[in-house]
Structure formats: C-alpha cells, structure tokens
Design a binder for this molecule. Structure first.
Ligand SMILES: [Zn+2]
Length: 219
C-alpha cells in the first residue's frame, strides 16, 4: 500500500501517551497497520515517553499505548482467513476497524443522508461530543466545504478523494486540526469512497445548505 498522507507528530505523541479518544485510537491503529513510517515514529514516541517516566513510576509506563502498538504491529495488512474461533475479518478492512463492525462493508445498515452519501454511525454519543462514523460516498460526490474547531482524523478505507490538501487514497490518513483551512473533498475514484472519520467536536460548515445538513451528517 502506497501511503502518501500521514499522522502528525503531535497526534503520534498523543497516541503514544494514551491521551487520544477511543475512536481516534482506532483510526491511528488502522493507519499503523499499513504505514511503517508512522509505526516507527509511534514506537520512538513510546520509548521517549517511557524513558521520561522511568524515573518516576516504572510500573505504570508500559500501559495501554504499548499494548495498542503491539497489537497494531501484529495486525496484518490484509485479512487472514478466519478461524471458527475468531470473529471473521472483513475484506479490505483493517482489523482495528473490523473489530467494531457488525458486518462486512457491503452488508452494513447504511443510512442515506444525502444523494450519493450514506453514513454508518459507530458512536452512541451525542454529536456535540464529536463523531465516529463511516461515510460511503459515490464517485463524483462533492462534500460541503468545512473547517475544523478541533482535531479531525479521516482514514481512507476504500476509493479516493481530492481536496485542497491533496489526493487521499486507501491507507492514507488526513490529520487535521483547527488551524487548517476550509476544505472541500471531491470523490475522484471509480469505486465508492469509504472513509472512517473521528472528530472531537462538530465542524464548521460554510453554506446554508450545509448548515441544514449538519445535524444529519453529524460531522
Ligand atoms: Zn503514516
């Protein structure tokens, strides 16, 4: 997998420190299954954190971040044949995401929210606390222009889109924070584009129609 867009160092450090939300940890873990570069950085960040904390409380350091990292490192890029004892992995879906899906991508109970746009919500929280969802976008779909109050992570599961930042393909991660400009993704793959999105707070939409759509899209 030819990954072009990566996690920022800040996000990797937060991941290693265990301070990301559970939904964002899932996105980071998905990217780490396909990206040696970010996986290496995450391990370095974990080691730095570990050596800093060694003087204070050695036992508490190895905790969840290292466990997550170890699990991510073991995750195969492509799903292995499932055994009867384990939950079946879904084709083309990284294991950290597959674990949270009730069915294959084709069989999910997608909710149509606009022409060419379907959503599958992975969070039971109110959207004011941020979103954790899959978006299924038909070829040619243009998303509403929006900017961000806070960190937003998008992992491309399938297909591709292009926005002001560049083209994002399967395996890429868009790691945006509140300082980024307004962007407007356009799906440019022949197959539907499926994106996993985690936000910490609702985004700012630019147009009137978008403001009407926001409660439904929830991002
Ligand atoms: Zn990367």
């Amino acid at each position: 997998m030819n990954v072009q867009h990566h996690l920022t160092d800040e996000t990797i450090q937060d991941y290693a420190a265990g301070s990301l939300t559970a939904s964002m940890e899932t996105l980071v873990a998905c990217h780490l299954t396909v990206c040696n570069q970010c996986r290496h950085k995450a391990m370095l960040a974990e080691n730095v954190g570990g050596s800093l904390f060694d003087d204070m409380e050695p036992a508490a350091v190895a905790g969840s971040a290292m466990d997550l990292l170890a699990r991510a490192a073991m995750m195969p890029e492509h799903s292995a044949p499932s055994s009867p004892a384990s939950k079946p992995a879904f084709k083309g879906v990284p294991l950290p995401l597959a674990r949270q899906l009730p069915a294959d991508l084709d069989d999910l109970d997608w909710r149509r929210i606009a022409p060419g746009i379907k959503q599958f919500n992975l969070s039971s929280q109110h959207r004011k606390h941020g979103a954790f969802q899959l978006l299924h976008l038909d070829p040619g779909v243009v998303l509403s222009a929006h900017s961000h109050n806070d960190r937003e992570l998008t992992y491309l599961v399938q297909g591709s889109y292009t926005d002001e930042i560049g083209q994002f393909k399967a395996g890429d991660i868009a790691d945006l924070d509140g300082h980024d400009q307004t962007h407007q993704p356009v799906v440019d793959s022949k197959e539907p584009c499926i994106a996993l999105i985690a936000t910490q707070s609702p985004v700012n939409y630019s147009g009137v129609f978008s403001k009407i759509m926001q409660p439904f899209v929830g991002i």
